[in-house]
Design a protein around this ligand. Structure first.
Ligand code: MEV
Length: 440
């Protein structure tokens, strides 16, 4: 039976499911029933969800969780998080509680500049291009007046256009690098529309600009697209407290507060020094950031790609967070680029993204950047705190036990007994299965 198909996108949803079931599963009927069960009960909502992508056949569900008690810049938030990993929300909530009693989290936006590029080739002398660039620039700006008018009304628009010359590394290759302020929107559509207009204008310019010789008229636009690397769309989040306020936590781990704080700071320095550790360390930060980014309908791939480039900006991949233990004080800080929006895109379309923003008090993009960075910092704090004390398996396995019990179809009574017994025993799939078999 051939498994290729022409015109899959033209089939109705049920036809797609039937075709998949027949060609790729052992039990087409059961497959169809199961997939059909993962539709939203409200047909109108389902239509909106289906509209997000091509060939949608069902909804892939992830937990929508809340991490409460986040005190950020003096305001308390309950933060929606979408993530499948067992211990992330528990760790965020626990870190939130810990810092709530120690002055809370602080955050400030350091910049909100978005970037885009028009990549092109020009075959004249580089100096000549630089000479005529002021005229190109003003023609570009004039050409997109209709596209920027609304953004300008909201206080944003095009901030600058620079001409970058890569001629020394790739013959005839230049770039327009354009910076934007996109206010509360992530701005991808706005930026890309302006860039494509710029590309067309650039070609027109070289056709009709009177001061060019025939040999200078040849221009080739290669592509126009936003850059997801936005190092100046940046937010800083931090926590700070006297080292002595780690005393209870440290005592419970058989350490003194200074030892705990110094072990923590060393763990962060290790992630500054070693890219292998830095990758895992930053992954922990993105456990928190991605979960908020997803819950608010933002683009987690863009945000991760940007953050990892930023983490390697001096040529070596390093931790995004830093920790200083000095003069009796502990300060833990995260600086991370976050190009986020609270209007447009999925934020308005996805019913739960809308609810997330409501729960957060319908924040501006700047406020959402602060909230998201704080969750990244909280997550990083929770992970490193565990790593330098108990190790992470204790917390992980507690949550993992629930997954194993569900997988093995444990009843409520069996689950309660297992939770009790496995407080003092190592959790593994086989040990939990053996426990259930013995009881059964
Ligand atoms: C697990 O998802 C994240 C951690 O590995 C992060 C870290 O090691 O810092 C616990």
């Amino acid at each position: 039976m051939t498994k290729t198909i022409n015109g899959f996108s033209k089939l109705s949803k049920q036809e797609k499911i039937n075709w998949l079931g027949e060609h790729f599963t052992a039990e087409p009927h059961a497959f169809s029933n199961e997939i059909s069960a993962w539709q939203h009960p409200d047909a109108q909502v389902q239509r909106v969800l289906d509209g997000f992508t091509e060939n949608a056949i069902a909804n892939f569900v992830l937990p929508y969780s809340i991490a409460p008690n986040f005190l950020i810049n003096g305001k308390t938030y309950a933060i929606p998080m979408v993530i499948e990993e067992s211990s992330v929300v528990a760790a965020a909530s626990s870190a939130a509680k810990f810092w709530q009693e120690r002055g809370g989290f602080h955050a400030e936006v350091l910049g909100t500049v978005k970037l885009g590029q028009v990549h092109f080739r020009w075959f004249g002398a580089p100096a000549r291009l630089h000479q005529i660039f002021p005229d190109i620039r003003s023609r570009l700006l004039d050409s997109c007046a209709d596209l920027v008018v609304n953004m300008e009304k909201r206080g944003g628009g095009i901030l600058d256009i620079t001409l970058l010359d890569f001629e020394h590394v790739e013959p005839d290759y230049y770039q327009l690098r354009v910076s934007f302020e996109t206010c509360d929107s992530m701005g991808a559509n706005f930026v890309n529309s302006v860039l494509e207009r710029f590309a067309a204008t650039l070609e027109d310019f070289f056709t009709d600009y009177s001061k060019l010789s025939d040999a200078e008229r040849d221009v080739e636009v290669i592509m126009s697209i936003l850059s997801n690397y936005t190092p100046d769309c940046l937010v800083r989040a931090w926590v700070e407290c006297p080292i002595s306020s780690f005393s209870d936590l440290a005592r419970s781990q058989g350490m003194d507060a200074v030892t705990l704080a110094e072990r923590f700071a060393l763990a962060v320095r290790i992630a500054q020094i070693d890219p292998y550790r830095a990758t895992t360390h930053n992954k922990g930060i993105y456990n928190g950031i991605d979960a908020v980014v997803l819950a608010t309908g933002n683009d987690f791939r863009a945000i991760e790609a940007c953050g990892h480039t930023y983490a390697g900006r001096d040529g070596q991949y390093r931790s995004l967070s830093t920790c200083v233990v000095r003069d009796g004080m502990f300060r833990f800080e995260l600086e991370v680029p976050l190009a986020m929006g609270t209007v447009g895109g999925l934020t308005a379309l996805h019913p739960l993204a809308k609810r997330s923003l409501e729960i957060l008090g319908n924040p501006s993009a700047r406020e959402l950047m602060c909230i998201t960075a704080v969750v990244g910092l909280a997550q990083n704090f929770g992970a490193v705190r565990s790593l330098v004390t108990t190790g992470i398996q204790q917390g992980h396995m507690k949550m993992h036990l629930t997954n194993i019990l569900n997988h093995l179809g444990a009843s409520e009574e069996e689950a309660a007994a297992a939770q009790h017994i496995f407080q003092a025993q190592t959790v593994s799939f086989s040990s939990v299965r053996a426990f259930l078999e013995e009881r059964r």
